[in-house]
Write a protein that binds this ligand. Structure first.
Ligand SMILES: *Cc1c(COP(=O)(O)O)cnc(C)c1O
Length: 368
């Protein structure tokens, strides 16, 4: 590949912070970088507690455990997402109930969420959680979703892996759920090469998550365990990368928005290509620029042509109710998620992309 979808973008400060960390000898798991990184995230989002872990997936697993989700519990989740939003539900042998997207934000549909809850209640089991995903840097319809969640008394887990820094009615994502998490995987808006962060305003969730994330050691002078634990903590070395990256987060968001606008300008005259419509009350980051074609064939052709030019593009996430692993789950909705999947494309959105490269990509897509 010559142009990647969303490659890591280092600041140069990482090396300085890494060198300091190594010089001090703080390469053991815990240390100052971790605490500082957690502090920075807490301040940025406006949350009381944060726990840095080794991936977004681990953070999601800890959120599932913190809410006491266990065997045969129903957990509601949007179908159009990356598989890591759901797998931790299976780790705990709970039952995912899948929900369609709404056409505006492409995220969890409030209408079908309500239907799914009614169904679960009729089946005699109140769902244990609602997993809302803010895909591609665009927040879900949190007002409607929060109202439903509050009415039925069901906690929300926000999967904000793709949306660090995005806002909904001037409030940053991560502020709408009992628990929320971010990812610092290599392709995300800022990266620690691999990593994640769990946040909450409830001390009890984060201290329990920390306990599980560090092998569930009981307070005792020897190694004693009464619960299953995990080795999920972020390394202090990688937290150094997070510190450097946090300093450029706003800059990266501005760059992602600029990239989206450039694509929009360059493709404005193409009648069969559509961009997600602007929503006035959200502040999206455009982690990846997404376009929709009129037909699946057009999307496939554009994808193939880009790959032939060694340019990486990807279809949107394939909905979970269409995945072999999840196809037997209950699904509430119509075919909005499927429609998006079949016609959508994620375009290269790396923050080092030049205007010239963007124009080149647009020419390739629209070549007849
Ligand atoms: C990246 C991602 C995750 C998982 O994060 P990792 O750090 O890669 O484990 C979860 N959910 C969504 C929507 C993601 O994009």
């Amino acid at each position: 590949m010559e142009i990647y979808l969303s490659p890591p973008h280092l600041t140069g400060e990482e090396l300085t912070l890494l060198a300091q960390t190594l010089q001090k000898g703080w390469i053991a798991p815990a240390g100052d970088n971790l605490t500082l990184f957690e502090e920075k995230i807490k301040q940025y989002i406006g949350k009381k507690y944060a726990l840095a872990v080794n991936s977004g997936t681990s953070a999601m697993h800890l959120a599932v455990k913190a809410l006491g989700i266990s065997k045969n519990d129903f957990v509601l989740c949007q179908s159009l997402t990356f598989v890591a939003s759901l797998n931790p539900i299976l780790y705990e042998q709970a039952i995912p109930v899948l929900i369609d997207s709404e056409p505006e934000t492409w995220n969890l549909s409030p209408k079908y969420l309500e239907q799914a809850i009614e169904y679960c209640l009729k089946a005699g089991k109140k769902p244990k959680a609602i997993v809302v995903v803010h895909l591609y840097g665009r927040p879900a319809m949190m007002k409607e979703i929060t109202e439903i969640a509050t009415f039925f008394g069901i906690p929300i887990i926000e999967d904000a892996a793709e949306s660090l820094g995005a806002g909904y009615r001037e409030k940053k994502v991560g502020n709408f759920g009992e628990l929320a998490f971010f990812s610092f995987n290599g392709n995300k808006i800022i990266t620690t090469s691999a990593g994640g962060m769990l946040v909450s305003n409830e001390e009890k969730y984060i201290s329990k998550a920390q306990f599980w994330a560090t092998q569930a050691k009981d307070p005792a002078p020897h190694y004693q365990h009464s619960e299953v634990g995990y080795n999920y903590r972020m390394s202090n070395v990688l937290a150094a990368l997070g510190l450097a990256q946090m300093d450029v987060l706003e800059q990266r968001i501005a760059q992602k928005r600029h990239i989206f606008e450039q694509y929009q300008k360059a493709l404005a005259h193409i009648p069969y290509i559509h961009f997600p419509q602007a929503i006035p009350y959200i502040q999206e980051t455009h982690w990846l620029t997404r376009i929709l074609f009129d037909t699946p064939a057009q999307a496939q052709k554009a994808l193939q042509t880009l790959h032939a030019h060694r340019i990486e593009a990807r279809p949107l996430w394939k909905p979970m109710h269409l995945q072999p692993l999840y196809q037997n789950c209950m699904y509430f909705g119509e075919s909005i998620a499927q429609h998006l999947f079949e016609r959508g494309l994620c375009l290269p959105s790396g923050t080092q992309l030049t205007n010239q490269q963007i124009n080149q990509i647009c020419e390739i897509i629209t070549k007849r």
